[in-house]
Design a protein around this ligand. Structure first.
Ligand code: GUN
Length: 281
């Protein structure tokens, strides 16, 4: 079994981004800028946003975080996004999800200028990604694709089971795998027999937020297992959606939690913001 070291890979990406930022500043006097909007006081969301801001600082980006109370109206969020859309120092806009229930998330995401949509959630970018055109791609699935590439894990013709069909992880993940010529099955909460799908797969990618969902008897010998889940359990520790201790014994490759997909998500946000800055506004 080989561990896929997301942290080490993310550090490499950060170094490369940092070097490009220096070059961009010297040659074009451009500093990549990211605006993050966070609504409410969910501790996990605040922790993620803090990590994102810290990563931006490390590579030399300009970044601002708009922290808004959950009493904010939809119109007020739209006003902030429009300000960021029109701000020439901002190349990337990210609205941390989930948003409070009184806010229409789909409406918010479609207000973001697709050219600054570094999360790849706008329907314009989703459509382009599905058709295989150049686009901003959601950071978590993009990070997983980078991991496959870095570890020379071939996808062509492989049976891949994506567990979870969310707009931010499962659906874009499945599209990217399909574009890489894998045979893709997507399972979700209404799937009748999850094990029948996961146990046939050469590669299992899971991101549902259920600690230990994927057990040893649900994966085949030699499978590649990618764990996107990050769950805080009762004792305060972080665990993924995979029963790592037992499943890892059967795998050819597996990602740990923490230190697997999580750091890659942030690294891809940096890459996407750099890409936007290079494209110009
Ligand atoms: N919430 C959980 N993951 C993400 C992400 O990748 N981007 C945003 N904006 N919100 C999230």
């Amino acid at each position: 079994m080989q561990l896929i070291d997301g942290k080490a890979l993310a550090n490499k990406v950060q170094e490369a981004v940092s070097a490009e930022v220096t070059k961009l500043k010297q040659e074009k006097n451009i500093v990549p800028g990211l605006a993050v909007i966070i609504v409410g006081d969910d501790p996990a969301s605040h922790a993620y946003v803090k990590m994102k801001a810290k990563a931006c600082e490390k590579v030399g980006f300009y970044s601002i975080v708009h922290k808004m109370p959950d009493t904010i109206s939809q119109e007020e969020i739209i006003q902030i996004i429009n300000m960021m859309n029109n701000n020439p120092h901002i190349h990337g806009i990210l609205v941390q999800l989930p948003l409070p229930k009184h806010i229409d998330t789909d409406r918010i995401l479609e207000v973001i200028d697709p050219k600054k949509d570094v999360d790849g959630f706008h329907a314009y970018n989703v459509g382009r990604m599905v058709t295989g055109l150049d686009s901003f791609v959601a950071c978590t699935p993009l990070g997983v694709m980078k991991m496959f590439e870095a570890y020379n894990i071939d996808l062509q013709g492989k049976d891949v089971c994506v567990v979870g069909a969310s707009n931010i992880v499962g659906k874009p993940m499945a599209s990217l795998l399909l574009n890489a010529n894998a045979t893709v099955t997507i399972t979700h909460i209404h799937t009748k027999d999850l094990r029948s799908h996961t146990s046939r797969a050469d590669i299992v990618v899971v991101g549902v937020g259920v600690p230990g969902l994927i057990k040893e008897d649900m994966v085949k010998e030699g499978a590649v297992v990618i764990d996107i889940g990050i769950n805080r359990i009762a004792d305060g520790s972080l665990v993924g959606d995979v029963d790592f201790e037992n499943v890892s014994k059967k795998c050819s490759y597996i990602t740990p939690v923490p230190g697997g997909v999580g750091p890659m998500t942030i690294a891809m946000l940096l890459e996407n913001t750099l890409k936007s800055a290079k494209q110009g506004i």
